[in-house]
Design a protein around this ligand. Sequence first.
Ligand SMILES: [Zn+2]
Length: 108
Amino acid sequence: MTRIKRYAIINIGVVIVVQTAIRCIHCNNKSVVKFGHQANGTPRCKCKKCGKTFQTEYMSHAAKPETKLLIIKMSLNGSGIRDISRVLSVDKNTVMSVLKKLKTVLET
Ligand SMILES: [Zn+2]
């Protein structure tokens, strides 16, 4: 199981190291291995179960899985594409891309 170290610096100068297990963002599986780095140095991981690769941390707000989930939730609650784009500060083409992928998944 691959773990990632996160550092939290508290105001009084104490550094706490917390190790958290990395889970696949596609299938939530624990068995992931390190798979090199991005050009900017962000580490990549590969899932042993589904074989997909992913980053442990995303620089772009729009690429985060939480943002994609929010796009789907807002769409189901009746928000329009431009409305979602404005509220979440992502491009409208990103919103369209996420919704098209959701449509493809729902049709299969
Ligand atoms: Zn996976």
